[in-house]
Design a protein around this ligand. Structure first.
Ligand code: NDP
Length: 244
């Protein structure tokens, strides 16, 4: 069944793979970005050239007004959002002793407040339709913690509590709410890590490689599907066995 999907931060990395994967599954996809319209536009073009339907919509998803506009534009362009993927995220790493309150606040705003704002903004439509899929991208950092990522790990752990609470609120209305928690995935976000850190990350996995954005997209596609209606409030870890 073709649904309207919104992927926040769908222009690059994991979000891009999620957007392409959902479009391949027949969904009409809104690709959100914050600063790089050309990246979002290239995802839209790729989807269209494969016969799919997509639009790009710019919005800083940590900003309430911008989120309101985003959801309105998606509604006008494609229809009410039926599948929301809270993917947009940032890091501002640093050991606690040196972490500024700006770095703390920005990570919490983009990674956590955005999930609250976007989920709230699409909820009315989902409740009315008695169907919806909300999938947030967490991180193994939110499960196990990571030195230098107190802000990031806190934001990702909080997304899990948020998810489980909303899952209980709306489960009776055909809406599922889940988290996909990736390990190390090859994107711009991890490109900053040095060779030694990447080697260490690879050797800590059971499967002996870094993850690909498509590995995460496959889990999202499953949770977004019609057949996943009995799976809610869960955290699906996609980390090659890093945390086992
Ligand atoms: P990238 O840095 O590659 O891409 C980030 C995406 O988010 C871009 O599309 C960017 O858009 C968008 N974005 C950033 N800030 C905002 C904002 N305020 N509003 C709207 N969009 C925004 O990240 P990844 O693909 O690596 O990460 C995607 C998600 O997966 C994040 O939530 C991240 O925390 C999580 N994750 C990533 C892991 C990894 O190893 N890569 C591991 C675990 C979790 P633009 O370019 O326009 O700014």
């Amino acid at each position: 069944m073709s649904r309207v999907a919104l992927v926040t931060g769908g222009s690059r990395g994991i979000g891009r793979a999620i957007a392409l994967g959902l479009a391949r599954g027949g969904h009409r996809v809104a690709v959100n970005y914050s600063t790089r319209p050309e990246a979002a536009e290239s995802v839209v073009q790729e989807i269209r050239s494969n016969g799919g339907e997509a639009i790009a919509v710019g919005a800083d998803v940590s900003d309430e007004e911008a989120v309101g506009r985003l959801i309105r534009e998606v509604g006008e362009g494609l229809g009410p959002v039926e599948v929301l993927v809270n993917n947009a995220g940032v890091t501002r790493d640093g050991l606690l002793a040196r972490m500024s309150s700006d770095d703390w606040d920005r990570v919490i705003e983009v990674n956590l407040r955005s999930a609250f704002l976007c989920t709230k903004a699409v909820m009315r439509g989902m409740l009315k339709n008695r169907w919806g899929r909300i999938i947030s991208i967490g991180s193994v950092s939110g499960l196990a913690g990571n030195p230098g990522q107190a802000n990031y790990a806190a934001s990702k752990a909080a997304v899990i509590g948020f998810t489980k609470s909303i899952a209980k609120e709306v489960g009776g209305r055909g809406i599922t709410v889940n988290v996909v928690a990736p390990g190390f995935i090859e994107t711009d976000m991890t490109a900053e890590l040095g060779e030694a850190a990447l080697e260490a990350a690879i050797s800590a996995t059971a499967v002996g490689r870094l993850g690909r954005p498509e590995d995460v997209a496959a889990a999202v596609a499953y949770l977004a599907g019609e057949n996943a209606g009995f799976v809610t409030g869960q955290v699906i870890v996609v980390d090659g066995g890093l945390t086992i």
